[in-house]
Design a protein around this ligand. Structure first.
Ligand SMILES: *Cc1c(COP(=O)(O)O)cnc(C)c1O
Length: 385
C-alpha cells in the first residue's frame, strides 16, 4: 500500500535522539528550548512553547486567550476535531463557518455575514480558529481585519502548514493572529513522533501558555505571592497540565527542522507533477490562493461525480483495493455524533458537506518515488475510466 503520508527519518535524526538517551536529561533539558528556537527563527515569531501535541497547544492557546464558559469559539467544519474540541475543553460554546468551495478553508465572506448576524444576536465569538487546510493559507488579512472590527482573538491552526507563507510572511509569524499552533504528528510535514507548538509575539500569552504547560507551577520569583522559602521553592499560581514535550522528541524536531526546506520542495515537486498528470481527468485539482505558498501537507482531489459513473465511495474503495492508501480529510466536524448532540446536523454547512461527498486525499510525502507517483496516477486513471 502506498500511504497518503509518511514520516522521513534520517540517520542524523536517529543519532540526535540516541545522543539525548545517553545524556543527563530525558525531559526538561536543553533540547526543548533549542527546538522552540529553531521553529521561532524559521517562522519569524518571537516566542515558542513546545508541548506534547497540537491538541494540547490549542487547549492552552484558548485558555491563554481567556476563553471560558460564557464564551463562544468558531472554526471551520472541515478540520480535525481537535480544532474545535479545544473550545469545548474550556467550557465554551462552539459554532462553525462554512468553507470557500475553491480553497476549502473557512470562507471570509461567510464569516463576515455570520459576524453581522452574531452581533445583532449578541453572540459574537471570543476566539476564531483559522485552519490552513492542506497547507493552503487562509486569507489572513481579511480575517484579521474582521477580528479587529468585531473584537475576537485569532488562533491559526497551522498543523498542515509549517513551511508555507502568506504574502510576505511565513506561516507562524503571527503577523495576522495572536497565536499559531503546529502539529508534529508523524503524518505531518515535520515530526517529533507526538508533539506540537504554540508560537506568538505576545510575551504575556507566552508566559500564560508556559505556565499551563507545566501544572501552573512557576519558579520565577517575580510571579510568586510569597518570598521564596529556599532553593526548592515553587508556587502553583494557576491550574495547569502536564503537556510537556520530552527531550527525545525535541531533539528529533531540531534535526527534522534542518530538512524542512527539502521536505517542502519535495512536496511541491510531487504536487506539480500531479497537477500536470491529472488535469485531463474528471477531477477538481487544488486551487492556490494568490500570493500564498502552501506547506502542502495534503493533496486533495475532488471527484466531478456527474462525469464519473461510480460513487465517491466506490472510487475510494477501488483505490484502496489496488494499493493506493487514500484517505479523506475530513468528515465535517458538525456531523460527528458528539456534535450532533449539541444540536448540529447534516445540512448546516452545505459547502463543507458537498466537499466531503467528493474529496479524496491521494498519496504525497517526502520520500515518495516517481514510480510510486506514476502508479497512483495510473490506478486513478483506470478507476475513473
Ligand atoms: C493533526 C491535527 C491536529 C492535532 O494534532 P496532534 O498533534 O495530533 O494533536 C489539529 N488540527 C489539525 C488541522 C490537524 O491536522
Amino acid at each position: 500500500m502506498i500511504p497518503y503520508g509518511k514520516q522521513d527519518i534520517s540517520k542524523q535524526d536517529i543519532d540526535a535522539v540516541l545522543q539525548v538517551l545517553q545524556s543527563d536529561f530525558l525531559t526538561q533539558g536543553p533540547q526543548v528550548p533549542a527546538f522552540e528556537k529553531a521553529v521561532t527563527e524559521f517562522t519569524g515569531s518571537q516566542f515558542g512553547c513546545a508541548v506534547n501535541s497540537a491538541t494540547s497547544a490549542l487547549h492552552i492557546a484558548c485558555l491563554a486567550l481567556g476563553l471560558g464558559e460564557r464564551d463562544i469559539i468558531w472554526t471551520t467544519p472541515i478540520t480535525f476535531v481537535a480544532s474545535s474540541n479545544c473550545g469545548l475543553y474550556c467550557g465554551a460554546g462552539i459554532d462553525f463557518v462554512d468553507i470557500d468551495p475553491r480553497t476549502y478553508n473557512l470562507c471570509p465572506d461567510k464569516l463576515e455575514q455570520k459576524l453581522i448576524q452574531a452581533e445583532q444576536a449578541g453572540k459574537l465569538p471570543k476566539v476564531l480558529v483559522a485552519v490552513h487546510l492542506c497547507g493552503q493559507p487562509c486569507d489572513m488579512k481579511r480575517i484579521h481585519e474582521l477580528s479587529l472590527q468585531y473584537g475576537f482573538k485569532l488562533i491559526e491552526d497551522a498543523s498542515h502548514a509549517i513551511g508555507g507563507s502568506y504574502q510576505d510572511s511565513k506561516i507562524g509569524s503571527c503577523t495576522y493572529s495572536d497565536i499559531t499552533i503546529f502539529s508534529f504528528h508523524p503524518v505531518k510535514i515535520v515530526t517529533t513522533a507526538e508533539g506540537g507548538m504554540a508560537v506568538t509575539n505576545d510575551k504575556e500569552l507566552f508566559d500564560k501558555m508556559s505556565l499551563l504547560r507545566s501544572h501552573g507551577i512557576t519558579r520565577d520569583e517575580s510571579m510568586m505571592q510569597e518570598e521564596s522559602h529556599g532553593g526548592w521553592y515553587y508556587e502553583q499560581i494557576a491550574l495547569g497540565y502536564n503537556y510537556r514535550m520530552t527531550e527525545l522528541q525535541a531533539a528529533l524536531g531540531v534535526s527534522q527542522m534542518q530538512r524542512l526546506g527539502e521536505f517542502i520542495s519535495a512536496r511541491h515537486k510531487l504536487a506539480g507533477r500531479y497537477n500536470e498528470q491529472l488535469k485531463e481527468l474528471p477531477l477538481t485539482l487544488p486551487f492556490q490562493l494568490e500570493n500564498t505558498y502552501s506547506g502542502l501537507h495534503l493533496y486533495v482531489i475532488r471527484l466531478q461525480l456527474d462525469l464519473i459513473n461510480k460513487t465517491h465511495k466506490q472510487v475510494f474503495e477501488e483505490l484502496r483495493e489496488k494499493g493506493i492508501g487514500v484517505n479523506l480529510h475530513y468528515i465535517p466536524v458538525h456531523t460527528q455524533p458528539y456534535y450532533k448532540e449539541m444540536g448540529f446536523d447534516w445540512g448546516d454547512f452545505p459547502e463543507a458537506e458537498k466537499y466531503y461527498q467528493e474529496a479524496i486525499s491521494i498519496p504525497m510525502f517526502h520520500g515518495m518515488t516517481i514510480e510510486q507517483q506514476d502508479e497512483v496516477v495510473d490506478v486513478l486513471r483506470n478507476v475513473l475510466r
